[in-house]
Design a protein around this ligand. Structure first.
Ligand code: NAP
Length: 286
């Protein structure tokens, strides 16, 4: 076993210590007999440009990008994959001999989560909470597949901006509103599926929920992009009301598998990655 890796990868975010991507990606490299190493890179917004630029001199082959950098990072990328350009957010970077290319695998990860749970978006009305990087990918997935969408964000202009981008592309099937209880109550009365794309429910916001429990019903499906904890307060309260609940783990593993394939040009060992992700979560919850 060589001690010096042949290539370095990582995940950049803030906070990022909760991430189980290192466990999942390192297990995939090991399974595929690749002498690669995947690390965690905690970078505040003010350090983002320098950290991304350091991929070239440090010869970092690839990075995943997570909260809160997925939109801002586009400024520092040399070439954007057409899908990432359409989404307006990047979660995967490849360093091709000094040229940084940006991709988005959250879109594909969310589509696989819908397929696996037999959700056909064209039949449903979605309420998306948040208008950040993952919300951009998820909004595009919902609208591409024909779903009706309301984006609710604490900054009204961000919700309206994301919704209007979707309207331009998909004939007005999206609206954007400020995230407050009055709007939530009105929108959720006409909603089949809630998707939380904010960090509320994890890290220092664990135990909090953006949706008052009184708005939840048994006929709702509630998806939380958060996977750690595996049941956020929103999911627990939805489950107590008899709603169907889905956490972000499947989406995470699918997006990670797609990133692996972009970096290595090899088929990702999905089951190995899922098993390792579950083990890492169990470990975190101890
Ligand atoms: P992001 O780009 O930073 O966007 C976060 C969004 O949440 C923004 O709209 C932000 O509003 C909003 N927000 C933050 N704190 C809030 C609060 N206290 N109350 C209301 N809204 C708040 O982050 P992201 O990359 O989209 O990630 C969002 C969440 O999804 C994270 O928990 C992340 O772990 C999860 N995620 C999971 C997967 C997966 O594969 N399962 C993939 C991607 C993301 P402002 O713009 O006003 O700050």
């Amino acid at each position: 076993m060589k001690t010096i890796p042949d290539a370095l990868f990582g995940i950049i975010g803030y906070p990022v210590s909760h991430s189980i991507s290192p466990a999942m990606q390192n297990a995939a490299f090991k399974y595929c007999k690749l002498n690669y190493l995947y690390l965690t890179v905690a970078a505040k917004p003010e350090d983002l440009q320098n950290v991304i630029a350091s991929m070239r001199p440090l010869n970092i082959r690839g990075l995943n990008v997570t909260i809160p950098h997925k939109i801002e990072v586009i400024k520092y990328i040399d070439v954007l994959d057409p899908a990432a350009k359409k989404i307006g957010a990047v979660n995967t970077i490849v360093n091709e001999n000094g040229a940084l290319k940006g991709y988005n695998t959250d879109f594909g990860g969310f589509v696989r989560l819908l397929e696996h749970n037999r959700i056909a978006p064209a039949k449903h009305r979605f309420a998306l909470l948040g208008a950040g990087g993952s919300a951009h990918a998820i909004a595009l997935a919902i609208c591409t597949l024909g779903g009706r969408l309301t984006v609710l964000a604490r900054q009204e202009e961000k919700a309206k901006d994301l919704a209007s981008k979707m309207c331009l592309r998909f004939n007005g099937k999206a609206q954007g509103l400020e995230l407050n209880d009055t709007n939530l109550e009105e929108v959720l009365a006409e909603t089949d599926i809630i998707v939380n794309c904010t960090p509320v429910g994890m890290g220092n916001l664990a135990g909090q929920s953006l949706v008052p429990a009184r708005f939840l019903r048994p006929d709702l499906t509630v998806i939380d992009a958060i996977y750690n904890p595996c049941k956020t307060r929103l999911l627990k309260e939805a489950e107590n009301k008899g709603a169907k609940i889905i956490n972000g783990l499947e989406m995470l593993v699918w997006q990670g598998a797609m990133s692996f394939e972009i970096w290595t040009s090899q088929k990702a060992p999905f089951r190995v990655m899922m098993k390792e992700a579950e083990l890492a979560l169990d470990e975190n919850e101890k």
